[in-house]
Design a binder for this molecule. Structure first.
Ligand SMILES: [Zn+2]
Length: 275
C-alpha cells in the first residue's frame, strides 16, 4: 500500500497525540527498569506484582491528561527527565510547525476593525492563532494563541493541513504546498520517534541477563515488537531441546502473546529461588 507524505504525517501525528497522555504520566514516574515486555502487558504485570503504587500512578495519569501545555506550566519534581525533555521538544516543534503552516496557508483578511488578520473569522475554531508579542520582543508574550489548547489540538489541526482533503477548507486555507507537507511529515516522524523512544516503545531486541527458566542454559532474546505488541516475541537460544511448553519457530522455542506473560512469571519465580 502506498501512502502519501500527507497520510504518513497524519498517521504519525495521530500516534503522537494518542500516546501524549502516557508521556505526560511518564514524567511523574521514575523510569522503569527491565521494561522488556511489550507495553500493553505492563498493566497486567503490575497487577501480578501487586505493586501498591499502582493506584497512585493511575491517579497521576488521569490528572496529567488534558492539562495545560507543558510550556505554560511548572514541572514540580519531574521523576523522568527523559520523558519531560521529549515532551517539551515535541510540543515546541509541533507548535512551531503549526505557526509556520498557518503563516503560509491560512488566508489573510481584514477583521471587523479593519486590521489584517488570518482567516475570515478570527474566532473560527478551525483557525490556528500564532502567539503574539508585545513591542519589546519575544520575552514579552502577550498571547499564547492556539498553543493554549495544547499538543492534542495542535496535532489534530496539523493533520488537517497535511491531508488537506476537505473542500470546505478552501474558504480558510490555501492548498498546502508539497514542500510544506514534506516538512510537516518530517516533524511528525521525529515527534513520534521521540515520544515512543521516551516511553520505551521503539523497536528493540534485548538479551536478558536471566537464563531460560525452562532449560536453565539458553539465553532469552526478546524483540519487543516496536509499537505493535502482536509482533513481540521471545526466543530461547537452546533450540528445540529446550523443554519450554511453547511452539518452535525457526529452530527455537518462541513465546508470543499470553505466553510472554507466562515467561515473565517463570523468570520472576527463578529469580526468587536464586535470592
Ligand atoms: Zn530454554
Amino acid at each position: 500500500m502506498t501512502t502519501t507524505p500527507g497520510q504518513r504525517a497524519a498517521a504519525d501525528l495521530a500516534a503522537v497525540r494518542e500516546q501524549w497522555g502516557d508521556l505526560l504520566a511518564a514524567i511523574a514516574e521514575p523510569p522503569r527498569r527491565a521494561d522488556w515486555m511489550p507495553y500493553e502487558r505492563r498493566g497486567f504485570l503490575d497487577q501480578l506484582a501487586a505493586d501498591d503504587r499502582e493506584g497512585d500512578e493511575q491517579a497521576l495519569a488521569e490528572a496529567a491528561v488534558g492539562r495545560l501545555p507543558l510550556i505554560l506550566r511548572e514541572h514540580p519534581a519531574p521523576a523522568n527527565l527523559r520523558a519531560l525533555d521529549a515532551a517539551l521538544d515535541v510540543e515546541r516543534e509541533v507548535f512551531d510547525m503549526c505557526d509556520a503552516v498557518a503563516e503560509r496557508v491560512q488566508l489573510p483578511t481584514r477583521d471587523a476593525h479593519g486590521r489584517w488578520t488570518l482567516g475570515s473569522d478570527p474566532s473560527d475554531p478551525r483557525l490556528w492563532h500564532v502567539p503574539t508579542y508585545r513591542d519589546a520582543g519575544p520575552t514579552t508574550l502577550a498571547s499564547t494563541g492556539s498553543r493554549l489548547f495544547g499538543l492534542h489540538w495542535a496535532a489534530v489541526w496539523l493533520e488537517g493541513r497535511a491531508l488537506d482533503d476537505d473542500p470546505a477548507d478552501r474558504a480558510l486555507f490555501a492548498p498546502t504546498p508539497a514542500t510544506l507537507v514534506d516538512q510537516i511529515a518530517e516533524v511528525a516522524r521525529t515527534a513520534r520517534r521521540r515520544v515512543e523512544g521516551a516511553l520505551g516503545r521503539e523497536a528493540r531486541t534485548i538479551t536478558l541477563d536471566d537464563p531460560c527458566p525452562f532449560c536453565r542454559a539458553g539465553r532469552i532474546v526478546v524483540h519487543n515488537g516496536g509499537g505493535n505488541p502482536r509482533d513481540a516475541v521471545a526466543t530461547c537460544s537452546t533450540g528445540p531441546a529446550c523443554p519450554a511448553p511453547v511452539d518452535v519457530e525457526r529452530g527455537r522455542r518462541a513465546w508470543r502473546g499470553a505466553d510472554l506473560v507466562a515467561l515473565w512469571v517463570a523468570i520472576s519465580a527463578s529469580r526468587r529461588t536464586l535470592d
